[in-house]
Ligand binder design. Structure first.
Ligand SMILES: NC(=O)c1ccc[n+]([C@@H]2O[C@H](COP(=O)([O-])OP(=O)(O)OC[C@H]3O[C@@H](n4cnc5c(N)ncnc54)[C@H](OP(=O)(O)O)[C@@H]3O)[C@@H](O)[C@H]2O)c1
Length: 250
């Protein structure tokens, strides 16, 4: 069966690695983001990858993203809600608009992507909805209560939707990476260095100390988990929040 995966946030980090991995095993891929340049760079590496500009917090834009992707590459049967953003602040200093922005990108963006994506799946005999959540969807961390609230929300939505769709040939899952070596992580390290005066190695170890394997996750490990979920062997795996974290959550 022809597979076509749409990946939000596919121009950088985890999303770009998922795009390269899936295209490498013969799956057509559409990568989505707000900036043209990183998307074109990912698409230029493999003729199976196309790029579409969209903002996942905007319902109209999300609808157009699925239409454009299907026109260019055929029916979409794999939807990967990966786009996200993280910020850190003490709880008392999180302004309401900061809280709302983090919910909009991480939770509402996943909701809109899944809801419009499900309309594409409805006419098909195979479908996969996958959210890239986080270990912050399974446990708390200090200074990211808005991000953790959003990612816990994603995990709750995935568990509920999986039950709602259990009679259909679709699965719904969340992949929950621990700290993963991407541009998002690099921004967090720079932020810690700036706020605490730590050097880079101190800032890095402050983040990976929670991982029992004492290292950062590589984007390829998240991509391999997504590729497994897409395969027929994982058709009974639904409603799961799969921790890719060196055993940090269990
Ligand atoms: N890195 C980690 O340690 C880590 C750990 C656990 C979970 N995660 C999750 O993994 C996912 C990928 O993160 P990453 O680490 O790969 O970070 P990243 O490199 O910053 O990627 C985030 C991507 O999301 C896109 N994006 C952000 N807002 C968007 C919007 N409104 N509409 C469309 N696209 C948008 C960005 O592209 P544009 O700016 O061009 O739109 C960017 O390509 C996120 O959901 C993140 O929360 C990351």
């Amino acid at each position: 069966m022809e597979k076509h995966a749409l990946i939000t946030g596919g121009g950088t980090g985890v999303g770009a690695e998922i795009a390269r991995h899936l295209a490498g095993v013969g799956i057509n891929v559409t990568v989505v983001g707000r900036r043209r340049e990183p998307l074109d760079l990912v698409a230029s590496a493999n003729s199976r990858i196309s790029a579409v500009i969209a903002d996942i917090t905007d319902e109209v834009s999300v609808g157009q993203m699925f239409e454009k992707a299907a026109e260019a590459n055929g029916p979409i049967n794999v939807v990967i809600a990966n786009a996200g953003a993280a910020e850190s602040a003490p709880f008392g200093k999180i302004e309401r608009e900061d809280f709302q922005r983090i919910l909009d990108i991480n939770l509402t963006g996943t909701f809109l992507t899944f809801q419009k994506g499900l309309e594409c799946l409805k006419r098909q005999e195979y479908g996969r909805l996958i959210a890239i959540a986080s270990t912050a969807g399974l446990r708390g961390y200090p200074y990211v209560s808005h991000y953790a609230a959003a990612k816990h929300g994603v995990v709750g939505m995935v568990r509920s939707l999986a039950l709602e769709l259990a009679s259909k040939p679709f699965t719904v899952n969340a992949v929950c990476p621990g700290f993963t070596e991407t541009p998002m992580l690099q921004r967090s390290i720079e932020n810690i260095m700036q706020k605490t005066g730590m050097n880079e190695e101190q800032a890095r170890s402050a983040l990976y100390k929670d991982n029992p394997q004492q290292r950062f996750i590589q984007p390829g490990e998240v991509a391999a988990t997504v590729a497994w979920l897409i395969g027929d062997g994982a058709r009974s795996v639904t409603g799961q929040a799969i921790s890719v974290s060196g055993g940090e959550t269990q």
